[in-house]
Design a protein around this ligand. Structure first.
Ligand code: SF4
Ligand code: SF4
Length: 129
């Protein structure tokens, strides 16, 4: 299973991936990593049957874990179609349709989380593990 791991400034310098491998004995395949200022993100592949164990260890170490095999969701009933998420999306996965309603194309989404933070009524959710 592919997981997106987010590290905040409190934990970014800690060797958390190495610790998780040592504690679980599970090999984590790092697909990509990005560090921006005091925060960082890593995408890892974890064997399905070991995923729960690895996620428990990571969460205990305050890593934010998102599943990348489950699409992001928007609560259509409670969306007020303000458009704040449209400009926040770096890949154009959210746009206004001809009826001035905001729609999301989950296939284009790279699960960056920008729209989640931009939404004033918090109706967009990333699939947490
Ligand atoms: S999570 Fe990122 S890529 Fe996905 S729709 Fe939101 S802003 Fe766009
Ligand atoms: S920011 Fe939230 S309320 Fe505004 S259009 Fe996007 S999902 Fe809807």
């Amino acid at each position: 299973m592919k997981l997106l791991l987010r590290f905040n400034s409190e934990i970014i310098k800690k060797p958390i991936i190495a610790e998780a491998v040592l504690e679980t004995g599970v090999k984590l395949e790092i697909e990509r990593a990005r560090v921006e200022g005091p925060q960082g993100e890593i995408v890892v592949n974890v064997p399905d049957d070991s995923c729960r164990e690895v996620v428990n260890v990571l969460k205990r170490k305050k890593v934010e874990v998102t599943r990348l095999d489950v699409p992001i969701t928007k609560d259509e009933e409670n969306c007020i179609h303000c458009g704040a998420c449209v400009s926040a999306c770096p890949v154009g996965a959210i746009r206004y349709e001809y009826d001035w309603r905001v729609r999301m194309d989950e296939k284009l989404c790279v699960q960056c989380g920008n729209c989640v933070n931009a939404c004033p009524v918090r109706v967009i959710k990333l699939p947490e593990y």
